[in-house]
Design a protein around this ligand. Structure first.
Ligand SMILES: CC(C)(COP(=O)(O)OP(=O)(O)OC[C@H]1O[C@@H](n2cnc3c(N)ncnc32)[C@H](O)[C@@H]1OP(=O)(O)O)[C@@H](O)C(=O)NCCC(=O)NCCS
Length: 255
């Protein structure tokens, strides 16, 4: 995986500190690139609701809390705006379908069917990943206290992952656990089955600068089929991206 600066020029010191660049102009989807947008869900307006489908508006109405409803609307409106921009169609003209396991895909317009996307939201942050020619999955988790980290790990992670997490210094344990969680979710979302797969059937590496699948017991060979990137989101959140194969570079945008 190549982490390339967003600009073709040498990265400025500022770009090195802030990898999420404001988008200028339309993003063109190319086979060797995966684009991820970091979306601040507080920056939303009431009129974005109009771009959603009836089904999305009905889902929004089912949230009891106004804050959750607003964040759902903002994340789905951002997804539509981003995909609409990439595919050069109006956000409201997009139609989505769902696989049997619930993975959403672009059903219309026809020209957009080759695009792949993944959405994740946690607190005020959403991540939207978009690519062509490969499956992708993205996950974000807000950093918040977890009362029983060992219990959390024992419930969701493999024995190898638990053992590796047990060696992490106390000050880094929470983020390390959330890091493992986001890598596993990103991979499951890329594969499309969500939590119908057993979470302890595969191991991700712990603490590696370049994380990877170390072993996939229920699907041998996946270790070489999928690659990861950690997504740097500051103190308040942890994020990860999984994508098919290794011949891609990452572009990061914010909005
Ligand atoms: C749905 C799931 C794929 C991810 O859910 P999540 O981490 O709670 O939520 P995220 O915001 O990261 O992702 C949700 C988005 O994933 C997408 N999604 C749903 N099912 C999917 C699937 N099978 N494959 C890929 N993407 C999927 C949708 O775009 C969804 O957005 P929406 O609900 O606003 O329409 C699945 O792994 C799940 O059910 N997770 C439950 C999480 C859990 O149990 N956590 C407990 C410990 S923290």
């Amino acid at each position: 995986v190549n982490l390339v600066p967003n600009s073709p020029d040498a990265p400025s010191p500022r770009a090195a500190r802030e990898p999420w660049l404001p988008q200028s102009g339309r993003v063109e989807l190319r086979p060797g690139e995966v684009h991820v947008w970091r979306v601040d869900l507080r920056q939303t307006t009431d009129d974005v609701r109009a771009t959603l489908s009836d089904a999305e508006r009905a889902r929004a109405e089912r949230f009891r809390s106004t804050a959750d409803r607003t964040r759902f609307i903002a994340s789905h409106a951002a997804l539509r705006a981003i995909l609409g921009d990439c595919l050069d169609v109006a956000p409201s003209a997009l139609a989505f379908g769902e696989t049997v396991h619930g993975k959403p895909f672009v059903a219309a317009p026809e020209a957009g069917r080759a695009a792949r996307f993944s959405l994740s939201h946690s607190g005020d942050i959403a991540l939207v990943a978009v690519a062509v020619g490969r499956e992708i999955g993205v996950d974000v988790e807000r950093v918040r206290p977890v009362a029983d980290l060992d219990g959390f790990a024992a419930r969701y992670f493999s024995r190898t992952e638990c053992a590796a997490l047990g060696r992490v210094p106390p000050a880094e344990r929470l983020r390390a656990h959330l890091g493992v969680w986001t890598l596993k979710e990103a991979y499951l979302k890329a594969c499309g089955e969500g939590l119908t797969r057993e979470l302890d059937a595969f191991d991700v590496t712990v603490g590696d600068a370049q994380p990877r699948l170390a072993a996939v017991r229920d699907r041998p060979g996946d270790e070489l089929r999928w690659t990861f990137a950690r997504l740097e989101l500051g103190h308040n959140a942890v994020g990860a991206l999984a994508a098919q194969d290794a011949d891609w570079s990452l572009r990061r945008w914010r909005r």
